[in-house]
Design a protein around this ligand. Sequence first.
Ligand code: BGC
Ligand code: NOJ
Length: 792
Amino acid sequence: MDNFGHFDDTSREYVITRPDTPWPWINYMGTEDFFSLISNTAGGYCFYKDAKFRRILRYRYNGVPMDDGGRYYYIKDGSTVWSPGWKPCKTPLDSYECRHGMGYTRITGVKDGLKADVLFFVPIGHPCEVHRVRLTNAGPAPKHIQLYSFAEWCLWNASTDMENFQRNLSTGEVEVEGDVLYHKTEYRERRNHYAFFGVNRPFDGFDTDRETFIGLYNGFDAPQQVLAGTSGNSVAHGWSPVASHRLDVTLKPGEEKEFIFVLGYVENPADKKFVAPGVINKEPALGMMDAFASVAQVEAAFAELKTYWDGLLSRFCVQSSVPELDRTVNIWNQYQCMITFFFSRSASFFESGIGRGMGFRDSNQDLAGIVHLIPERARQRILDIAATQFPDGGCYHQYQPLTKRGNNDIGGGFNDDPLWLIFGTVAYIRETGDFGILQEPVPFDNKPGSEVSLLEHLKISFKHVTDNLGPHGLPLIGRADWNDCMNLNCFSDNPDESFQTTENKTEGSKAESLMIAGLFVAEGRDFAELLERISDKTAADVKAAVADMESAVKAHGWDGEWFLRAYDYFGNKIGSHECKEGKIFIESQGWCTMARIGAEEGLCDKALDSANKYLECEHGLVLNNPAYTKYYIDYGEISSYPEGYKENAGIFCHNNPWVIIGEAMAGRAEDAWRHYQKITPAFTKDQALRKVEPYVFCQMVAGKDAVKPGEGKNSWLTGTAAWTWKAVSEALLGIKPQFDGLLVEPCIPIGTYRIHRRFREAEYELVIHQTGKGGKVFIPYKPGKQELEINL
Ligand code: BGC
Ligand code: NOJ
């Protein structure tokens, strides 16, 4: 079995040891407004705030060859042309290494005695990428080489950049001044922003016109200027503007030289746009160039970035006997939670940055992974999300990060959406104790003057469910619930319409969801507790509605061995032994067992047993079983997927933690731990089969009905990050934040372990011994340090 890399836990890095990974293995850079995606061969792009509207580098998804386009360095050493990251030249390297770390990537290539070590990172406080290129001549003879940089500009809107060529091919504009190449397309009219790529020493040549640099019929692998060792000194007018510097470098044997490149973004105030007609104000760009003019400055900025991540990742640490668990909990899961929080589902190597902005339900769930790390940002996010809600409790399914305005681009009317606002807010208040957020005024649909308190938003979220009950007293599903592809009111027979946005037939619909029912019970209980804490009288009504829902689930949602999944438009059962296909689904087993519905009667244990019997396979729990083998017009998108993929019986990792938590709540430690190990990438044995990064969760792993079970897809941006975090930190390791303290209630078969937990102004050092007697310990919140040894 081939391995493509390994973990370096001390440095918090994943080390890739060969460039031809089974899929580009990427990393993210940026913590504020400027973000980058970078693959292990330096492919990818960057953008400012919004991957659609402020795209800085052009990128072509799913290209041939895969992952072409990025920020590239070329070295011409005699007749050999190579790149430190192997691509795009693909000249065989004498050695290669890529280290993906916390917010940075470092790629080192060695060829013919020349070592090129390129550190890429996005510094804190500056909207730019910094590239430190360190060249070392390890050979016995002097080297005279040419070093080229290269980046291709996107004309800002990543969507029109790919489709509106009658306009695009005429709009490109650049300026060249000093050591900096500026991209200023459309700056003249409505825009106030430009990008730049500069280097900290005078260059020996440059190009800004793609055709001049690469040649019309060459590829990124063989730019004609690089092959010739020249530069065209071209100034782009229209067509495709790029940025390339050429540095002629001489290195004595043993000599090392460092060059600093800065690729940045600038917005100018309206009155400071130009210094002369048509000439951009370059002051902010030059300021950034100055900030990274010396190696010492770069090192300081890099150290600052490290300190930032060290600080975050010192808030929750586990020390156990299982290295895979420790590295997942202490490093990669928390890192992925941060990345997913930043990007929601917008930009990965599977998400193009164009289609989806910030999801209402997605972003609320993502909060659970970061409230303990960046509570202030969680707070703002909750208020932003709530502001996209409608007065009846419904909401836009997504909003655009740049404008924070909701839109219907991926549909609306998903009846689970409102409840996630309660989920996110409860997670935030339990972590922070900030009940004050409930009194923040928040508008509806961002309309000034419509503000009510966040608490009112939560109340109408809850009410949205009770206002929309179906014939069995269960929640109507609307367009869909958490499973976007369970489209019970859609009846689409036109392949040209989207399941997400096409007109729904909700009038007269009997389509009800057991997943929403479980979510309502679980979140309703938390909500009632929250209301009681603030002495709000409506707590009793909430409790009564929860009790009614429990009764409805027991009366109409139990199939004998497991929980039903739904009722369809006509009131027929889905996820029942009576069905031909799709007899059992994971979502309702997860949510109803997390809500402990019918636990006393043994329903939860039975449902979990059934999940293990019918849904579990080698790589995790599949979403449904048996898979749908044909398209069902009454069910929609779910049955449009081939068997074993995506929502049709794929291992949709996001929902596996629901079962893990359900198992833990039922005290079934072995089952919970087994499910956790199966979906956690650090335990992956076969990296080539998994295909996607072995250091982050992916949305979906092909299920047992697939042609290639075990193959992963859609890595990085997935609710799996926050949910596995919740599962491992709270359900398995048992550290559960409460409104007034921490509850310690582990359920993991690993004996003794230590936890360091920062909780508000408290630091807890816990040694937990699981002696087999079980139970829980409540630690009331008290600022300061506390060391505790707990035997359970
Ligand atoms: C995918 C879902 C996704 C939805 C909305 C569907 O095609 O299968 O996972 O949530 O699109 O973008
Ligand atoms: C991905 C979407 O982002 C999420 O909102 C949804 O719940 C799942 N797919 C399941 O369909």
